[in-house]
Design a protein around this ligand. Structure first.
Ligand code: GLC
Length: 530
């Protein structure tokens, strides 16, 4: 295949709190992850990305980090982490960790010191304290500034418990260099960089002008310099033996490709998630446009934009594709507010087709735990059990992301579905009707989503076209996406209302639904040998 491993890797996103619970506390942990590695290697993944497992008061489920170089006791110990990396290594699975550089937790020693120190002190300069706030709003709702007892305000673009660092203070980049080396020394294959375009703010902290093209807390030029320095650190680790060249994957939410282009440089991280595929409505035209946009960006830059269909921030794919797709274009999340009718059967059919579409595209893909089982968004979480700060900061107007973070169902007919070895109250409740969505149920049903993923990932490994094979669109109907990969492979997806015929002389390698008489039903994808 050639090229670094990350270029066409399948990366499986493990949300440690919800993956597997080894000690029956109701929360997942690192030993739980280690106990499920045969599942992951049978599935056929090349790497795992672990969401934050650092000491944290968990005000934003671990994205509020109190100590960047340790493991929260709820997740285990550093020894458990080392054991996980080595157990993964012996199966050829690489480990990517999450670095959260925009902000820390208010429990981080630096922020405690800042609060205890007077205005103007060095301790305060590591954060963004001001005498008067500007008009910036928190991503989670409400103002982005909170006042301290002495009258100053500090900036937090997320929860008030997540103060933003001042990246222009030299202590901050120096600390993160140490953090990177700390984990690279322990054998990690790369880092996922949280909110990678935010770190630096326009130093004058101007008010946000909703109509201006530039957002004063995005894309400051210094951030690109920073990632060049991180690339030098990543490159100082050996590339010629496992885990190979180290990667960095930026989390950047964008609508304008010109904004993301500067991050795609070989001397930078050099990957950026492609969320546009995940956020697009289920239409042939819109998906083709976002696929072409990403292919052009990757081709121009020699970098890579891993495809994504789901993650811990976005409504589960099965539910997203099971609603009126017009709602996807609207800014409010009607689905999570319970204002959209969800047709789970339709969404599942489409999510199966989307999986084959994504896995047939050139380049890496990132697969969020549970999507391979086809679990839907859980909309029935009682208000009192919700955890996401978005819910609290908007007084419930936005119900938040908990519904896509439900503990994994592994086996059995009732909660906790094998998530823990004994009955426990899981940190988020699991629905009562997930018995047919467990790993065990999926493995025993030849038509399950899980077996579709396993078959697709197997073919992806074996078929010569599904590595670096050239991709070319086939021009068919307006409601179809069809392309070839060289040699001898095609993928066809039918988005229309009527079945379509398959290209003549092709044979079905894998299909997301029943294909009879060479007719491809609607909302179905097929992989073909030519
Ligand atoms: C990223 C994470 C999200 C978190 C936020 C703040 O978007 O994916 O889960 O809440 O950053 O760290």
């Amino acid at each position: 295949m050639g090229g670094p491993w990350w270029r066409d890797a399948i990366v499986y996103q493990v949300y440690p709190r919800s993956f597997a619970d080894s000690d029956a506390t109701g929360e997942g942990d690192l030993r739980g992850v280690s106990s499920k590695l045969s599942y992951l290697s049978d599935l056929g993944v090349n790497a795992i990305w672990l969401n934050p497992f650092y000491p944290s008061p968990m005000r934003d489920s671990g994205y509020d980090v109190a100590d960047y170089c340790s493991v929260d006791p709820r997740f285990g110990t550093l020894t458990d982490f080392d054991d996980l990396v080595s157990a993964c290594g012996s199966r050829g699975i690489r480990v990517v960790i999450d670095i959260v550089p925009n902000h820390c937790s208010c429990q981080h020693p630096w922020f405690r010191e800042a609060l205890a120190s007077p205005p103007g002190s060095t301790a305060r300069e590591r954060f963004i304290f001001r005498d008067t706030p500007n008009n910036w709003q928190s991503t989670f709702g409400g103002p982005a500034w909170t006042q301290t007892p002495d009258g100053q305000w500090y900036l937090h673009l997320f929860d008030a418990s997540q103060p933003d660092f001042n990246w222009r203070h030299p202590d901050v980049p120096a600390m993160f260099e140490r953090v990177l080396r700390f984990w690279l020394d322990r054998g990690v294959a790369g880092v996922r960089v949280d909110m990678a375009n935010m770190l630096f703010k326009d130093p004058t902290l101007p008010d946000l002008d909703e109509h201006a093209a530039e957002v004063p807390y995005y894309d400051q030029p210094e951030v690109l310099q920073l990632y060049r320095s991180w690339r030098r650190i990543l490159d100082s680790y050996p590339a010629d033996s496992f885990p190979g060249p180290r990667t960095g994957v930026a989390e950047i939410w964008f609508t304008d490709p010109r904004k993301v282009r500067p991050y795609l440089t070989r001397d930078g991280l050099p990957q950026v998630f492609n969320f546009r595929l995940m956020l697009a409505p289920w239409t042939a035209g819109e998906l083709r446009a976002v696929i072409d946009e990403a292919r052009a960006l990757a081709a121009d830059t020699g970098c890579s934009m891993p495809w994504v269909l789901g993650n811990h921030d976005i409504t589960r794919v099965v539910s997203r594709l099971g609603i009126d797709q017009e709602l996807i274009r609207q800014p409010t999340d009607a689905l999570r507010r319970g204002e959209a009718h969800v047709d789970v059967a339709l969404g599942t059919r489409r999510a199966r087709a989307a999986a084959l579409l994504m896995l047939a595209l050139p380049g890496a893909a990132c697969l969020y735990q549970g999507d391979e089982l086809g679990v839907p968004e859980y909309l029935g979480i009682p208000a009192a059990r919700r955890e996401d700060p978005t819910f609290y900061r908007t007084a419930g107007a936005a119900i938040g992301r908990d519904g896509c973070r439900i503990p994994m169902p592994w086996s059995g007919d009732t909660p906790p579905y094998g998530f823990a070895g004994e009955p426990v109250r899981t940190w988020l409740p699991q629905p009562a009707d997930w018995a047919r969505l467990t790993v065990a149920a999926g493995l025993s049903d030849p038509d399950s989503m899980l077996n579709l993923y396993r078959a697709a990932l197997r073919l992806r490994r074996e078929h010569p076209a599904l590595g670096a094979g050239e991709m070319t669109w086939l021009e068919r109907g307006a409601h179809e996406l069809a392309f070839t990969r060289q040699p001898g492979f095609a993928c066809v997806v039918n988005f229309g209302d009527e079945p379509v015929s398959l290209p003549s002389g092709s044979r079905v390698l894998l299909a997301s639904g029943p294909v009879d008489d060479a007719l491809l039903p609607c909302d179905t994808a097929v992989w073909l040998g030519l």
